[in-house]
Design a binder for this molecule. Structure first.
Ligand SMILES: *Cc1c(COP(=O)(O)O)cnc(C)c1O
Length: 400
């Protein structure tokens, strides 16, 4: 105890609710802060833990938010977002995805993560099951638990590029299944389902009456010509079963702005609006003006970012596959690689702890994503860092 006066407080038995006590804190954020702490002490750490772009937010977006702030746009907004932004989001879905949503079906939230949370809270409750393919984004099962529902995990491996099959999904569905969570392009694997694969999974959900939460936040970050198609776009029935989650964090590098959005069938959007109105009131006013600029302004930053990510991805993939005992399928989207380390004889948490200790390289253990034979390597970092960090990782693997 740093401060003697605090000691009695820490000895008290606080009543922590079961829903909070059952959560695991975010391991990606924990690794990131440990690496940052080592860096602050002057240690030469190479970090592959980041779940965010290393590029700055494009200037015209910052200008729009700064202008809104200067003009006094600093008050509460409608709980689901300003009409101008909801319209711009509806226009985006029409233009890019051929999907027709009214602005009233669009909810702007405090980040894509918050959008996911809203969806799960508004659709799932005690006794419900939520089907989540692993490796999964680590927040999904925790959000399901917060809603009182039960995560049902579907295992996949690198042998199938981490994709679940329609048969696997069908076998997991019970009368209690409420929601299926789809995330393509995927965090943490970088895997991208083809349009046919997406449709087949959607068909099963439609047939069985299971809702789909489709997290499409990496929609714009794909490589090798990988095609993305929203599950909502295959038929009216697919549309009626789908809630799309999206946000500004990745393709516009706006992670700190806390701005995301979703589009849903009207009754679900209404329920989410009610939840949000009693929790956050509304997303940040001037950030929303930045969101309008992001969607309606120039997208000229994106090709350069994609070219840079693609170059880093190729280099990292080559270096990983050259390490003894390591194999890695190439990622087709997002900015992650998910190498298999099972042949090194170490499990992921042990591997990452020793890698950080011995070589000062931070990577996220696959166990955080429900896949203990793997690591997550983020290539949202410079080519120089990739070459330096992965050369160190190679030395570590050879030392085992
Ligand atoms: C980054 C991310 C999000 C959203 O992040 P926010 O910063 O909350 O907008 C949602 N889903 C996945 C899979 C992500 O990686």
């Amino acid at each position: 105890m740093d401060h003697p006066n605090l000691a009695p407080i820490f000895q008290m038995n606080y009543p922590i609710a079961r829903r909070a006590a059952s959560l695991s804190p975010s391991l990606t954020l924990a690794i990131d802060s440990k690496a940052k702490e080592m860096k602050a002490k002057g240690e030469d750490v190479v970090g592959f833990g980041a779940g965010e772009p290393d590029f700055d937010t494009p200037q015209h977006i910052k200008d729009a938010a700064a202008a809104a702030l200067a003009a006094g746009f600093t008050k509460y907004t409608p709980s689901s977002g300003i009409p101008e932004l909801r319209q711009a989001i509806a226009d985006k879905f029409q233009r890019e995805n051929g999907l027709t949503y009214k602005p009233s079906q669009v909810i702007v939230s405090n980040g894509g993560k918050h959008s996911c949370y809203n969806v799960i809270l508004a659709t799932c409750q005690e006794g419900d099951e939520v089907i989540i393919p692993a490796p999964y984004w680590l927040s999904y099962p925790e959000m399901v638990k917060l809603a009182g529902a039960t995560p049902v995990i579907l295992e996949t491996t690198d042998q199938t590029e981490f994709k679940v099959t329609p048969a696997q999904l069908r076998a997991a569905i019970t009368p209690r299944s409420r929601l299926f969570i789809l995330n393509s392009p995927s965090n943490p694997t970088g895997s991208v389902y083809t349009p046919d694969e997406i449709k087949a999974l959607g068909d099963v959900c439609v047939e069985k009456g299971v809702l789909i939460m489709s997290d499409e936040i990496y929609e714009h970050l794909t490589y090798d010509g990988a095609q993305v198609k929203s599950v909502a776009s295959f038929s009216q029935a697919h549309y009626d079963h789908t809630i799309i989650v999206h946000g500004f964090a990745k393709a516009w590098s706006m992670t700190g702005w806390r701005l995301g959005f979703l589009a849903a069938p009207e009754p679900i959007a209404k329920a989410i609006d009610a939840v949000q109105s009693h929790s956050t009131s509304n997303p940040c006013s001037f950030a929303q003006k930045g969101g309008v600029a992001a969607l309606t302004g120039s997208q000229a930053h994106l090709p350069g970012w994609l070219a840079e990510y693609a170059k880093r991805r190729t280099r990292a993939w080559e270096m990983l596959n050259a390490m003894p005992g390591v194999s890695c399928v190439n990622s087709k989207g997002a900015f992650y690689l998910f190498p298999n380390i099972s042949k090194t004889g170490l499990k992921s948490a042990d591997f990452c702890a020793r890698l950080l200790e011995q070589e000062k390289v931070a990577a996220v253990p696959g166990i955080a994503f429900g896949a203990d034979d793997y690591l997550r390597i983020s290539y949202a970092t410079s080519l120089a860092n990739i070459e330096k960090g992965l050369a160190r990782m190679e030395r570590f693997v050879r030392s085992l």
